[in-house]
Structure formats: structure tokens, C-alpha cells
Design a protein around this ligand. Structure first.
Ligand SMILES: NC(=O)N[C@@H](CC(=O)O)C(=O)O
Ligand SMILES: [Zn+2]
Length: 425
């Protein structure tokens, strides 16, 4: 059955909006053009809205198996679909951890059963993400691991990281790192700077992240590995990545919306909805992240969608888990704050949330081209709405952006040619 998405505005290579129709059949895009029409096709009216490739999020936490009270693959993937994502990579801090063929198969089965969009699972770098016993990259890759990470914790031992990087290089998969040196955390709950002192809360120093990145890029160089840094948050981390790229090391990096939008001084009180790892850093760190987007040091945007329950996030930062949700607010927040204000172009934002992320992992998604998977979204750039966590499709309500007003909402999501999210009339 052929479908035609009619009268939509596509951003072309020059960044201009071009009115087109998009035809799709058997889950693939079959034609794009001004006069594309197929006799007998099902028509989807686009009403002149902007069409973009379905977004690709390489850093997400779906919590299933093991923590279904926080999120499930069904609720997490539906939340992602609502936010305009059609491909998401699921981090391995589940129970069990995807650290064996058996666990990988279990997770693949759950995804097949309940995901409404494409969910690609990570394999872990160590057994039970405890940093000790190495997993088999070869076996996990053969069973669908998109890349390898112990996200949630840093790999403490250089030798463990180095050995896994050598294996990853041999199998041409990317090693993805949450960089955090455990000896430098000091039980902190927010950035070690000014605001944590005002609030009387223990701080996490910037070096906790940057020193491990500095170590890892040298390990990646020695191992010949492809290395991707999760949620870069400090100016020293930016410098380490920039220097490594300049030296020809195969490193890529992501940044989260909240680190681009917020800084430590924005934290209003000891409220766990402002607690995430890495924490909101200083104004100079935030500025350096923006500069790093512009010069290509940072490659893509990833949400680090990390749902937790209201009970876990109720009572101050100490004792609450790290993490905030991200799928349903990422695009409108970034569009409103950075595209509407003229800082970024619409094309830059779309690319950072789709094709640039896909390229890091050699994924053939995040583009609107004849022959590619029919994954696309419609965005209403004029639509303005107040963020209301109570209305999230995700089980998580943990966001610092509740009550923010934003424009540019995804209103329709098509995955492999089928509508998987449509805004209620
Ligand atoms: N980012 C977070 O604050 N939390 C993540 C773990 C992680 O990505 O570090 C989680 O799983 O809750
Ligand atoms: Zn992390």
C-alpha cells in the first residue's frame, strides 16, 4: 500500500524550505518531489507543516527489564515517538544487564513485543556494568548490540577500557562512555561551584568527568578504537575532545539539551528534578558546549532520557537518583531557545538530532531520501504550548522544564511508513 504525505515543507541542503510530497511503500521512501502523486495511494495531509527525518537519540534509558515502575519499552518508545524520535538506542543499565547472549536475546524479545519505534539496544562493556569482568563484544554484536557502554557508571580501570577498546576496534563497533572517575565524585549531587555552596549541597567537580575523557582518548588512540563520549558537560571535557579530534583520534561526542539550556545558577532550590548526571555546570561550561557545537567538536544532541518515579524525586537531591526525562521536550525547547532566536538554523538543529547522530554509529537513518526507511515527522513551528509534566506519555515526570513555554511541536510521527503518533485534534 502506497501512502503519500502531501504538502509538506522539507529543509533542503541549503537550509531552505521546499514544498514537496513524499511517497512511501513497504516502509521505504519511494519518491520525493513537488508533483509526486500516486493513483490510489492513501493520502496523509501535511497542511504545509515542516517535515523532518525521524529523530535519532543515541542515549536513552527505557528501564525495562527490571525497573518497569519507572518506564517500560512501551511507554518509553511511545514517549519518544511523541517527541519526534523514530530510532533510539537503549542504555544497558537494566536488570538484567545486556551482558550475555541470553540477556541480549531477552531484551531483543521485549523490544520486538512492545516498541512502537526502532529501539536499538547497547551491549554492556562489563558484566553487570560493575567494571570488573569484560563482556564478549563479538557475541553481543552478533546478537544486535548497536554499540557498547556501561552508561550510568564510568569504567574505572584503564586496562579494562583498553582491552574492550581493542576488541571493539577489531569488530568495528563504537565504545560509548559515561565518564566519571569514582574517586572524584565525593558523594556530590550537583556541580561543585557556587550554587551548591549556597544550597549547602555536596558538589561534583568538573575533573570527575574531564580526566576520564582525557584518559580515554589516549586509550582510544592506542587501541585504534572508535570512541564516543556521552553527555559532555564541562569546558575541560570539550577541550579534551577538541584536542583529540585535532590529533586525528577517532572520537565523537554528544551533548544533552539540558546542558545547553541550563546552568548551575538556574537551580532554584534543593529539588531533585534538577539532579542529573553529569550535573548542570557553570555558565562558562555552557558557553563552551555551544562553541563546541559550532566548531564540530560536539557531533550530535542526545536526550539522556532518564525517567524516575515521583516518590524517588520527591525529597531533595541527596538520596534521589540522578536523571531527568527528555524525549517530549527536547525539540521544542531547543527550537524555541536557539532557532527562534537566530543562534542556530533549523537545519543545524534537525541534523544534530538525526543524521549526525546516526552517522556516528553507521546507522542508515535520520535522512529523507528515496530508498531510506520511511521515518519522518511533521513539526508545527507555530504551535506554542506550556510544558506540563502531568501530560507526558513517559511514566517519568522528572523534568526541570515544567511550566516552560515552547514553540515547535512534533505533531505527527511516521515510522516505517506507519503513523505511530498523531497529536489529538
Ligand atoms: N543521566 C542520569 O542522570 N542518569 C542515568 C544514568 C546516566 O546516563 O548516567 C540513569 O540511568 O538514570
Ligand atoms: Zn551517563
Amino acid at each position: 500500500m502506497t501512502k503519500v504525505l502531501h504538502n509538506v515543507q522539507m529543509v533542503n541542503e541549503q537550509g531552505e524550505l521546499q514544498t514537496v510530497n513524499i511517497a512511501m511503500a513497504d516502509g521505504k521512501i519511494t519518491a520525493i518531489g513537488q508533483n509526486v502523486n500516486v493513483a490510489g495511494a492513501e493520502m496523509i495531509e501535511g497542511n504545509g507543516l515542516v517535515v523532518a527525518p525521524g529523530f535519532v537519540d543515541v542515549h536513552t534509558h527505557l528501564r525495562e527489564p527490571g525497573f518497569e515502575h519507572k518506564e517500560t519499552i512501551a511507554t518509553g518508545s511511545a514517549s519518544a515517538a511523541k517527541g519526534g524520535f523514530t530510532t533510539i538506542c537503549a542504555m544497558p543499565n537494566t536488570k538484567p544487564v545486556p551482558d550475555s547472549v541470553e540477556n541480549m536475546q531477552l531484551i531483543n524479545g521485549l523490544i520486538k513485543e512492545s516498541a512502537v519505534i526502532r529501539v536499538l539496544p547497547y551491549g554492556s562493556l562489563t558484566k553487570d556494568i560493575s567494571g570488573e569482568v569484560r563482556t564478549s563484544i563479538e557475541e553481543l554484536k552478533a546478537h544486535g548490540a548497536v554499540a557498547f557502554s556501561d552508561d550510568g557508571v564510568g569504567i574505572q580501570l584503564a586496562a579494562t577500557m583498553y582491552e574492550q577498546m581493542k576488541d571493539a576496534a577489531q569488530h568495528d563497533v563504537v565504545v560509548v562512555a559515561h565518564c566519571e572517575d569514582n574517586s572524584l565524585i565525593y558523594d556530590g549531587v550537583m556541580h561543585e561551584g557556587k550554587r551548591n555552596q549556597e544550597l549547602g549541597l555536596p558538589g561534583i567537580p568538573s575533573i570527575c568527568e574531564s580526566v576520564q575523557i582525557a584518559r580515554d582518548v589516549l586509550l582510544a588512540e592506542a587501541a585504534g578504537a572508535r570512541y564516543h563520549v556521552c553527555h559532555v558537560s564541562t569546558k575541560e571535557s570539550v577541550r579534551a575532545v577538541r584536542d583529540a579530534k585535532a590529533a586525528g583520534i577517532r572520537v565523537t561526542a554528544e551533548v544533552c539539551p539540558h546542558h545547553l539550556l541550563l546552568e548551575e545558577m538556574d537551580i532554584p532550590s534543593d529539588d531533585a528534578n534538577w539532579k542529573m548526571n553529569p550535573p548542570l555546570r557553570g555558565a562558562d561550561d555552557k558557553d563552551s558546549l555551544h562553541a563546541a557545537m559550532m566548531d564540530g567538536t560536539i557531533d550530535c544532541i542526545a536526550t539522556d532520557h532518564a525517567p524516575h518515579t515521583v516518590e524517588e524525586k520527591c525529597c531533595g537531591m541527596v538520596g534521589a537518583p540522578f536523571g531527568i526525562v527528555g524525549f517530549e521536550t527536547a525539540f521544542p525547547l531547543l527550537y524555541t531557545q536557539f532557532v527562534e532566536t537566530g543562534k542556530w538554523t533549523l537545519k543545524q538543529l534537525i541534523d544534530w538530532m538525526s543524521v549526525k547522530a546516526a552517522q556516528i554509529f553507521d546507522l542508515p537513518y535520520g535522512t529523507l531520501e528515496v530508498g531510506s526507511s520511511a521515518d519522518m515527522i511533521l513539526i508545527d513551528l507555530q504551535k506554542e504550548q506550556t510544558i506540563d509534566a502531568e501530560g507526558f506519555v513517559s511514566k517519568g515526570r522528572n523534568t526541570p522544564f515544567n511550566g516552560w513555554v515552547a514553540k515547535g511541536w512534533p505533531v505527527l510521527t511516521i515510522f516505517e511508513g506507519n503513523i505511530v503518533y498523531q497529536e489529538a485534534e
